[in-house]
Design a protein around this ligand. Structure first.
Ligand SMILES: *[C@@H]1O[C@H](CO)[C@@H](O)[C@H](O)[C@H]1NC(C)=O
Length: 466
């Protein structure tokens, strides 16, 4: 064996020795007062021989007074530290790269860019307009109007009007700028966020009117649909990031005041317009849950904390009571053509609501039990049992596939929240599947690090929900 291949091998052997527990136990043994016991295997809540938590994760150390304390074993700790460091630095590098791209993008974001033919019936270019996702020309009418619904089959015509994409990008980008500023203190990110907020909501030339009268529009109608209220769903990304930016000298409080004014008017529209009222009362499925999440985040942003507190608690209890069966099935989602997708989508909204209710001091938030024994956790477990079988036996129509990526994120959060090891066990097989699935779709699998980290440190779900 040539010398240059022996050297790395030897250092590897030495490294292994240093990291091995025998080395550390010997080290401890020299200090006579400290006793290390061989700790018993950590019991798993699910006796499955294919999954055991490695037994020697902890050292039990007894001090002179007989007090017993548990420490993570050195090799586990070192491993943890290394993973933590790598993940953190990767997350930061990605976030900064993303934020720099957002800063460099000088395209105009405005609802007023619509072509004349795409103006809503109001003819006001400042009115937001989007087409309803599952509506198609009526084959029985010469002009195809009004369009008819085919659930689960998306009409690509929706992409001809870009208001939807621009608004979604706006929320995501301001969310990322806020997080990037939080980690770097680079004021450029705040400047860009202010610029975008001004452009979309305030500037007389480019602003959007504070309503969704023509969202989810069906061709042939005079006004939009209640389902269009879902378009503004990711607004929480922007609203959560604003407090992170207020400490910057570049944060513009006059712009924020105007933004508050915009959201007061929009909130009034949500509460009083026919579409807003329908969204609340008729949306028994994910539309309604996302509506409630939206209301809560807007109330928080407006500083109406007492209302946000009461609303988030009430809405969470209500959604669990009406949207989840004692088995964990979500009947309003499982009747959809994309029943798998929407079941997960509604859980994401329930998590948002639970986080808000928790934030506002509702102690039972994550563990609230509905009047027939329904819980949020049961809805996760219901899907989990099928996810472990690649969707096999899912007893509902489902024209989509059994995508696992978003659910893997839900499972990670579930472990953080409920601490049940069955989620770890599931993740050990489902995470690799999610990675493969994303690669096959030409997408990047993203570690959920920032999301989990933010939930554990400040109990916010910054980047957890797409
Ligand atoms: C802050 O971000 C800007 C825009 O991406 C970048 O050009 C600049 O170098 C950054 N400043 C620092 C100090 O990193």
């Amino acid at each position: 064996m040539p010398i240059n291949s022996i050297l790395p091998l030897m250092s590897l052997v030495i490294m292994c020795f240093l990291l091995s527990s025998t080395f550390w136990i010997q080290l401890h043994d020299e200090e006579k007062t400290i006793v290390i016991s061989t700790d018993p295997p950590i019991s798993t809540q699910h006796d499955d021989p294919s999954f055991t938590i490695p037994p020697k994760m902890f050292d039990t150390i007894t001090d002179e007074n007989g007090n017993v304390r548990e420490y993570v074993k050195e090799d586990y700790y070192i491993n943890y530290l290394e993973v933590q460091r790598t993940q953190h630095q990767e997350m930061l590098t990605n976030l900064i790269e993303l934020a720099d791209e957002i800063v460099a993008n000088n395209n105009v974001y405005s609802v007023t860019l619509k072509k004349k033919k795409d103006l809503p019936p109001s003819k006001d270019p400042h009115d937001y307009m989007s087409l309803s996702r599952y509506f198609w020309p009526n084959p029985d009418k010469p002009n195809g109007l009004p369009y008819v619904r085919i659930d689960g089959i998306e009409n690509p015509e929706i992409n001809t009007i870009q208001d939807y994409t621009l608004m979604r990008n706006l929320f995501k980008e301001i969310g990322n700028l806020g997080a990037a500023y939080f980690f770097t203190n680079n004021d450029t990110y705040v400047e860009k966020a202010i610029y975008r907020i001004d452009e979309w909501f305030i500037n007389e030339k480019t602003r959007m009117n504070p309503n969704l009268n023509y969202a989810g529009f069906r061709r042939g109608d005079k006004i939009g649909r209640r389902t269009g209220v879902l378009d503004i769903r990711p607004v929480f990304k922007m609203l959560q990031s604003i407090p992170l930016m207020r400490s910057s000298p570049k944060w513009d409080f006059a712009v924020e005041r105007n933004l508050r004014q915009w959201f007061s008017e929009y909130y009034f529209w949500l509460k009083t317009s026919p579409i807003g009222q329908k969204a609340k009362t008729e949306g028994k499925n994910n539309h309604g849950t996302h509506y409630d999440a939206q209301i809560t985040f807007i109330l928080s942003f407006l500083g109406r904390d007492e209302e946000a507190r009461a609303y988030s608690k009430q809405a969470l209890m209500n959604r669990i009571n009406i949207g989840i069966l004692p088995t964990g099935q979500q009947p309003y989602e499982t009747k959809r053509m994309l029943s798998w997708h929407y079941s997960i989508f509604n859980i994401q909204a329930l998590f948002l609501l639970a986080e808000r209710a928790d934030h506002y001091g509702f102690k039972e938030s994550w563990n609230y039990v509905g009047k027939d024994g329904q819980t949020l956790q049961k809805s996760v477990d219901y899907i989990l049992s099928y996810a472990l079988k690649d969707g096999e036996g899912w007893p509902f129509q489902n024209i989509g596939d059994f995508e696992i990526n978003d659910f893997v994120k839900v499972l990670e959060l579930s472990y953080v929240i409920w601490g049940d090891r069955k989620y770890l066990k599931a993740l050990s097989s489902l995470r690799p599947k999610a990675k493969l699935e994303q690669i096959q779709k030409g997408l990047v699998f993203e570690d959920n690090y920032l999301c989990v980290w933010s939930l554990m440190t400040n109990r916010l779900l910054w980047s957890c929900i797409e």
